[in-house]
Design a protein around this ligand. Sequence first.
Ligand code: AMP
Length: 276
Amino acid sequence: MLIIKDISNLLTYLDAYKNNGSSIGYVPTMGALHEGHGSLIQKSCNDNQKTIISIFVNKKQFNDTQDYDAYTRNKGNDYNFCEDHKVDIIFEPSQEEIYPKEHQSIKNSFFKNILCDKYRPGHFDGVVTVLNEFFKIIQCNKVYFGEKDFQQLKIVESLIKRDFPKLTLITAPTVRSAKGIALSSRNEKLSKKQMDEFISFQKDVFQFISQIDKRIDLIEANKNAAEFIQGYEKFDYFEFRNSSNLSLDGNLINSRLYYAVYIGNVRLIDNLELFK
Ligand code: AMP
């Protein structure tokens, strides 16, 4: 396994792989790796001769610098994790390597003013900016994203369709702990007490969606959702939306429940399918 920090070195290896006819799968991450990332790596290793993962805590997608500074970083473990999961290259550039002085950010134009875009202004501008750079550098055959960050997935899908038509997007379902919560690098910030609180919240959410009348429309379902979440302290959103276009119209078939809640200061997001 190679750990590469600079673009020119990376290109040397990628060119050699491509000249050999190897297909390249790419898994973008911000590190502090867990089995959610592991499922994406595994898919890539199954589909491709070579798998590259980037570990880059992208400053531009943090609308809050404190959140950026506090984001979980877990270098040594990440290297071992990648080795165990048969990654070929870890690309771990500095901010300066990806964003030289004259670098221009780009603006996201998809799925705006709803869900995380509404509550984290500029966040998805940072996401599309960094992915635009990584996709241009790596020029992989397939790229892997998790359903855990569903709005991000929809934005990436649109970005690829518009700007990188040769790239194939592969998605993977959310990996959960035995207690039902989605694995996330942010979970490591929770104390034992907060973790219990989060697990109990998640249990209530599962209970809530299991008992909702599946024949009602999204408007009616969202009235129920608003009532349910009223009892919780701090949240950005808790709502059902259509999974194809993230709209609030239609019925519950092909919809998911999306939430962003705070446990203490830790902001946690998830989305749950109603029908599988
Ligand atoms: P992150 O490192 O949080 O930016 O996530 C990198 C990739 O891993 C994204 O495509 C995420 O959607 C995906 N991911 C994060 N957590 C999970 C999970 N629990 N299950 C599946 N994929 C995940």
